[in-house]
Design a protein around this ligand. Structure first.
Ligand code: G3P
Ligand code: MG
Length: 247
């Protein structure tokens, strides 16, 4: 099935208007009209996939220490902001399905845990979104993780994520049979943009929080943008780019 690619994705769940990577953030994105959310998924010390960006707990929770060395009992008792708990991947998936949101699940492994994290996330995503009309997209900065995802859940579309794509990025996109290229808006070159357009590969850029920058990027042909400022772009969220992710 081919699914329209929304022009806007709420970054880290609900951007900066709600605690990042929380169910409250995803609910806010849906309420504001967003059709897609991106969130980061890492494994707990017990091997449970949960939404969190950093390898350590200090910045976004009232806990301390490393996510990958902390038990579920401890992690799920923490405050992730405004009384929100850290969500399990299964909870985020259920919410996205209920709202019909396209989920960009970013596989965010603790260092050294690329393969096991991708194994768990790919397998769980295949089960959690089984039969769903709107299927997720898996992305990662880790090519090793995307390779695992390609092999374990080939039916789930993949986006390759780079801060700055290397010169030979099309080779990796082909090898990983990826549907989209995701990169930093601040570092986007005309070469990468031109190559992506010539190959018909949708280009998604993070993180854009200023309307003039967004207009410039869409004007250059970027397909979709990730934003923290859900309030600024809510009016545009219903607009779909006439582009389809393959697969
Ligand atoms: O997936 C796009 C973006 O989320 C990548 O950066 O550090 O916010 O996960 P980061
Ligand atoms: Mg991310």
């Amino acid at each position: 099935m081919s699914v329209p690619l929304p022009r806007w994705l709420a970054h880290r769940g609900g951007g900066s208007l709600a605690p990042e990577n929380t169910l409250a953030g995803i609910r806010l994105a849906a309420r504001l009209g967003y059709r897609a959310v991106e969130f980061d998924v890492m494994l707990s010390g017990d091997g449970t996939p949960l939404l969190i960006h950093d390898e350590t707990l200090e910045r976004t929770t009232n806990g301390t220490g490393r996510v990958g060395e902390t038990s579920d009992a401890r992690l799920f008792s923490l405050d992730a902001g405004n009384g929100e708990r850290l969500p399990r991947l299964s909870e985020a998936a259920a919410l996205c399905r209920a709202y019909g949101l396209l989920a960009n699940v970013e596989i965010k492994p603790s260092s050294g845990c690329e393969v096991p994290t991708a194994e768990v996330v790919a397998r769980q995503c295949a089960l959690l979104w089984q039969g769903a009309a709107v299927q997720p997209v898996l992305s990662s900065f880790s090519l090793a993780a995307l390779e695992v995802a390609r092999d374990l859940a080939p039916q789930i579309r993949r986006g390759v994520l780079w801060e700055t794509p290397p010169a030979d990025w099309p080779r990796d996109v082909e090898r990983l049979r990826a549907s989209s290229l995701h990169c930093s808006a601040a570092r986007l070159s005309d070469e990468v943009l031109g190559e992506a357009q010539a190959r018909g590969i949708p280009l998604l850029c993070y993180t854009v929080n200023a309307p003039d920058v967004a207009a410039g990027l869409f004007g250059r042909g970027v397909s979709a943008l990730f934003t923290d400022r859900l309030d600024l772009f809510a009016a545009e969220t219903g607009a779909y780019k006439a582009l389809h992710l393959g697969g």
